[in-house]
Design a binder for this molecule. Structure first.
Ligand code: GRG
Length: 320
């Protein structure tokens, strides 16, 4: 198999997704410290939290965007691994008693249950550092300035103006009746920022699209990147609406995490605000809006965004 876009077009979505998931798993297993290296318990817990579970949606998104932009597959795998490490850290911390307090994650005991709370806290810290280690190792992009911008993007997406900030709003919102706009503000950060980072980082791995310049202004200026940005924003929100519906309807065994947690914690969700039927309609609307510019790109340039369209459908149909 060679790097690049053309070698895997014949694969159906399931085969393509499996290929990306397996490449991601291998890359993550390689970048995580070996379990026998001291401190062994921390390294075992890091591997426990990251490997052998998860849908790897963010990695799929990075690869789909990377393929659209002609990025080298090995580079996208590296960028996708960085995003998956941040995501895994967020899940470990989210499950802790001081946050959502969940005993189950990805079908197994959550990290603080399998190990202990102090270890879980350190796992999150260390995974976050590892993500930036992976992203800043020289050679991810031929233009070091663009690699710096990629690092900047992930830092912003993860921090207080992104995922961590969204989580803070989530914790403050317990028992409150948020409006749909307020819910959207929260989820664009808590879930959406990292999903957007996954899409844009995949695209920015491309050497053919070096848009970094001194003031960074060109990064968002091309039609392809604005289409991807639009897609990422709306598909991230659709992902969250579906997540809220699944939390209210699916069972714990299917989800691999405790179902009904939002209701139990008295958290505002798209289901509590809209009800299931209107939440489903909103998800469909967000999906259609997300894919619109990608469909236009496809029509103009020969099916280049097909994986993004397939992921959008998968996000709508997922059972967990
Ligand atoms: C602790 C800083 C910090 C942030 C936590 C992501 C997050 C913020 C909390 C997770 C809580 C949650 C259920 C969010 C809804 C959407 C979401 C991110 C679901 C989990 O992502 P999936 O479904 O998980 O992609 P897998 O296990 O498949 O990787």
């Amino acid at each position: 198999m060679t790097d690049g876009i053309h070698d895997n077009r014949a694969l159906d979505f399931g085969q393509w997704a499996q290929q990306v998931q397996s490449a991601t798993e291998t890359a993550l297993a390689q970048c995580l410290p070996a379990a026998h290296l001291p401190p062994e318990r921390l390294h075992q817990a890091m591997r426990y939290a990251v490997l052998g579970g998860g849908k790897r949606v963010r990695a799929l998104l990075a690869h789909a965007a990377g393929e659209l932009c002609g990025a080298e597959k090995s580079k996208v795998t590296r960028a996708a691994s960085a995003v998956e490490l941040i995501h895994a850290y967020s899940l470990v911390h989210d499950d802790m008693p001081c946050m959502d307090d969940d005993d189950l994650r990805r079908g197994k005991p959550s990290c603080h249950k399998e190990f202990d709370e102090a270890t879980a806290l350190l796992v999150g810290d260390a995974l976050q550092s590892l993500a930036f280690d992976v992203l800043t190792t020289p050679g991810l992009h031929s233009n070091p300035h663009q690699q710096l911008q990629m690092t900047h993007l992930l830092a912003q997406a993860s921090g207080s103006r992104g995922m961590a900030g969204g989580q803070a709003i989530d914790l403050e919102s317990v028992g409150l009746a948020l409006t749909q706009e307020q819910l959207e503000f929260m989820h664009l950060r808590k879930t959406g920022a990292l999903i957007r980072a996954a899409v844009l980082l995949g695209a920015w791995c491309s050497d053919k699209h070096t848009h970094a310049d001194a003031d960074n202004s060109a990064l968002f200026a091309t039609p392809v990147f604005s289409a991807l940005d639009h897609y990422a924003k709306h598909i991230g929100l659709a992902f969250q609406v579906i997540d809220d519906i699944l939390d209210s309807e699916a069972d714990t065994a299917t989800l691999g995490k405790t179902s009904g947690k939002d209701k139990e914690a008295n958290k505002p969700t798209y289901v509590t605000i809209l009800g299931v039927t209107r939440a489903r309609a909103l998800a469909a609307e967000l999906h259609d809006h997300a894919v619109q510019p990608i469909v236009e790109l496809n029509n103009a340039g020969g099916n280049i965004g097909v994986r993004l369209l397939q992921i959008a459908d998968y996000i709508m149909q997922r059972a967990y």
